[in-house]
Design a protein around this ligand. Structure first.
Ligand SMILES: [Zn+2]
Length: 377
């Protein structure tokens, strides 16, 4: 396919963001006239990128309108995620509606076995969708360098090249799961429309990202957002990163275990979920530990709000669970740490709307974004 004009790519991205958009809505959104919109839609339909759905009654004026939707033979991206215990690959069409999904578990399996399983799943989906596949985005729970090499202490992976699971490296793009969760919340979740959004995800560690008007702030090497390693925790506690006093060590499963006087859990995420469940069923010690971790999360959020000035803070993973379990300790600690001028209108601190699907949705968004760039070339 030849390069598309910028306005055609913008129209494609608009249909992706809002499937069912009408031609009139799209032309308003893009700031182009109806003649130009008709021409652009004609091109996109001819290239089998979008199609027009069945007529629906128009917005009150009685004129039928045909919504723009994904073409049934149109582009597909593969979105994959690796967590500490499982993996999943989805094939999604424009608008991120899933067409197929494959998943597996991998606890304790070596990286080569996990990547071989993923490569098989990706290969099966590529066979099934053939030339329709325009990209593969993948999220991993670790630092991702150069959009492919992952260092994930929780998995015991060092400099693992994720691109080996995809035969066409040029289709491939990898990123940190918390960063992808941030992108997903800003495109389809609780931070849509925010000028500056801060997303924090607590899992085995604490990560996140800043999204500036819908665009990730990636840092020079693509590794920005390691907020869990700000020294806002107990300096006496060593973090697996090598530093002391990291904030992440004050809010995770390890923190809950220390507060409860229990041994360091081998699987801190599962352990934290168990403690949250105990707190919910009237275990006072668990309740108190959850409150202290929620306060530590709230205090750190205040520091980031003071520094970054976001208009919304979204919490994913165990962060959302701590917010649900102990909203008052979290909000009170956050408020106490805010600069006075911020207290009248503090940014809302809310759970991520996409929940555990956030990083996978973000992986799809990264793949689509990469493809939009290619179409413009
Ligand atoms: Zn650290």
């Amino acid at each position: 396919m030849s390069a598309l004009p910028d306005r055609a790519v913008a129209m494609l991205a608009a249909v992706h963001a809002t499937p069912g958009l009408t031609r009139a809505e799209a032309s308003r959104l893009l700031g182009i006239g109806s003649g130009a919109a008709t021409e652009v839609v004609g091109r996109l339909v001819a290239e089998r990128l979008v199609t027009e759905g069945p007529s629906t009654p128009g917005g009150g004026r009685g004129r039928p309108t045909r919504p723009l939707i994904a073409h049934p033979e149109g582009p597909v991206v593969l979105a994959a995620i690796i967590t500490h215990e499982a993996w999943r690959v989805d094939a999604v069409e424009l608008g991120n509606d899933p067409l197929a999904s494959t998943a597996g578990r991998h606890t304790g399996a070596p990286e080569t076995a996990v990547l071989a399983d993923l490569a098989r799943a990706v290969g099966d989906l590529r066979n099934r969708f053939g030339g329709r596949v325009r990209g593969l985005g993948i999220g991993a729970p670790g630092i991702v360098l150069d959009e492919r090499y992952v260092n994930a202490p929780g998995l015991g992976w060092t400099d693992v090249d994720l691109a080996t699971m995809c035969a066409d490296a040029e289709l491939f793009i990898a990123d940190n799961d918390a960063t992808l969760g941030a992108l997903a919340e800003s495109t389809r979740g609780a931070a849509v429309g925010a000028r500056l959004a801060l997303h924090l995800r607590v899992d085995a560690g604490l990560g996140g990202a800043v999204v500036d008007e819908g665009r990730l702030v990636p840092g020079a090497r693509g590794t920005a957002g390691e907020f869990g390693h700000l020294p806002m925790g107990d300096p006496a506690v060593r973090c697996p990163c090598g530093a002391g006093g990291c904030w992440g060590t004050a809010v995770d499963g390890g923190a809950l275990a220390r507060l409860l006087g229990e041994p360091e859990p081998p699987d801190p995420v599962t352990y934290a979920r168990q403690v949250l469940a105990r707190a919910g069923t009237g275990d006072h010690a668990a309740r108190a530990a959850v409150d202290v971790a929620a306060e530590a999360l709230g205090r750190g959020i205040a520091g980031l709000v003071n520094a970054l000035d976001p208009d919304v803070v979204t919490l994913g993973g165990l962060g959302a669970d701590l917010l649900a379990a102990a909203p008052d300790p979290l909000h009170t600690a956050c408020r106490a740490g805010l600069m006075r001028f911020r207290r009248a209108t503090p940014p809302p601190v809310v759970p991520a709307r996409l929940g555990e699907d956030g990083p996978l949705t973000g992986a799809a968004e990264r793949a689509w974004g990469r493809w939009w760039g290619e179409l413009r070339r």
